[in-house]
Design a binder for this molecule. Structure first.
Ligand code: GBH
Length: 448
């Protein structure tokens, strides 16, 4: 029999929200259906050599056509909440006019969730920038921030009353650094001088969107989702400890300081002096407006050493447990980061939701028709303990969304990496709840 999923009592109360998460491009497929415009990830998929095995998001989990069954599956699991994202290019044309076919899809989806009593947490931007905006410079162009605010305005007018929590951006670090700095993600630009301007325009778009969300849908909560990483060094040498600090500045404070303190961290000048953004008067006030919550995505710890200059190099540890992604399993990092953020930001730190956490494993349906994802169950248990520990140390944590509801298009790694609680057979589109999903269901039901 499989190991049990057993979250600590501190996370089993009625005030703690349990959910699952996905993103539009990773599950919907139907990438040219009902007037959906091309996006940068479609272009990236069509560029040879960018995605493992040449996979694309054209069909993905076919969620666009199977959303009703997928909602029923979530209801079956008994989750309190679902975090999804909307595709900008489905709902708005190049002139900024609404595309009602695309909007209707999201309305049907959100209404079905409501019928099943599942809270709706909606991310407006999970990386699928319309290609026509990239053709005008994408996030390197300040104008994109204003276009994003228009999109947020449209969505919050159209979907007002149907959403419990709005999230402006998913992981701006990834958009800026992987999209424009090293080119591992769409649009595949690789120039370190681009990363800080791209980040500034992303955060500006977030700030410009907040007032519209509040005005149009005052009953919903508003926040953003940041990916955070734990950086430590196995060397006590001062330059290596300094490198670990720089890792966390680059991954965490680059995003959180402007949002919560209203300025960029000084250490960015050491890391990337050549990449200074043009910050206009008022921008930092726009970016640092208060939010109702902060979404945190946590996956792993990175061990670093000094690169001998003003930076850090990844120095992988031997003999640690890793996932199918090669990422180290390090639950303590989640607790250390949350406790550290509380110390760094104090009262400025909004209530926290873990908006993503989970792991990839090479899961297959066995002869018994089941998927025994024992590493995932153990991974989740250890992260729940770490989270309860952070809560006990005074961090205000309100909920946890597992990444992901189901296996899906894992960006540059295509379909080969499986993050789902539910297994997807991409030939038949059959969904099979893995042991982790069945265990989660038992826990959720037993909460009473
Ligand atoms: C999240 O990104 C995404 O939001 C989600 O769509 C995705 O499917 C999920 O996680 C699983 O990957 O410094 O170059 O070594 C993951 C975010 C990926 C951010 C790895 C930091 C380190 C890149 N993280 N990354 S690097």
């Amino acid at each position: 029999s499989s190991p049990r999923l057993s979250p600590p009592a501190a996370l089993a109360g009625p005030d703690f929200l349990w959910g699952v998460a996905t993103a539009s491009f990773q599950i919907e497929g139907a990438w040219a259906t009902d007037g959906r415009l091309p996006c940068i990830w479609g272009t990236f998929c069509n560029t040879p050599g960018k995605i493992l095995n040449g996979d694309t998001g054209e069909f993905a989990c076919d969620h666009y056509h199977r959303y009703a069954q997928d909602v029923d599956l979530m209801a079956e699991l008994g989750v309190d909440a679902y975090r999804l994202s909307t595709a900008w290019g489905r709902v708005m044309d190049e002139q900024g006019k609404p595309n009602h076919k695309g909007l209707d899809f999201y309305k049907r989806l959100l209404d079905r969730l409501q019928e099943k009593g599942i809270q709706r947490w909606v991310t407006l931007y999970h990386w699928d920038l319309p290609q026509y905006l990239e053709d005008r410079g994408g996030w390197l162009n300040r104008d994109t921030a204003y276009r994003f605010a228009e999109y947020a305005d449209l969505m919050s007018r159209e979907l007002a009353g149907r959403v419990d929590g709005w999230m402006t951006l998913n992981e701006p670090w990834c958009s800026a650094f992987l999209g424009y700095g090293n080119g591992h993600h769409a649009p595949g630009k690789a120039n370190i001088a681009y990363v800080r301007p791209a980040m500034h325009h992303l955060l500006l778009g977030h700030g410009l969107a907040l007032p519209a969300l509040k005005a149009n849908d005052p009953g919903a909560k508003r926040g953003i989702v940041a990916n955070v990483g734990r950086g430590t060094s196995d060397s006590a040498a001062p330059e290596d400890q300094d490198a670990a600090m720089l890792y966390e500045v680059q991954h965490n404070n680059w995003v959180l300081d402007p949002l919560l303190k209203g300025h960029y961290p000084k250490a960015l000048e050491r890391l990337w002096p050549e990449s200074r953004p043009l910050v206009l008067e008022g921008d930092m006030a726009t970016i640092s407006q208060p939010m109702d919550f902060l979404g945190i995505n946590y996956y792993f710890r990175t061990n670093v050493r000094s690169d001998g200059k003003d930076g850090f190099v990844d120095t992988p540890l031997a003999d640690v447990e890793r996932t199918q992604m090669g990422w180290e399993v390090h639950p303590q990092g989640l607790q250390d980061l949350l406790v550290g953020f509380k110390a760094q930001y104090g009262d400025k730190l909004p209530p926290i939701y873990i908006t993503e956490n989970g792991m990839a494993s090479d899961d297959a349906v066995g002869a018994d028709g089941q998927v025994h994802d024992t590493q995932r169950i153990s991974f989740l248990n250890r992260h729940f303990e770490a989270l309860a520990g952070a809560k006990a140390k005074g961090v205000d944590i309100r909920g946890y969304f597992c990444w992901s509801l189901m296996d899906n298009f894992e960006w540059a790694f295509g379909y080969e990496r499986r993050f789902g609680l539910v297994h997807v057979d991409y030939e038949t589109q059959k969904r099979t709840p893995k042991d982790s999903a069945l265990q989660l269901k038992e826990f959720l039901a037993a909460r009473g």
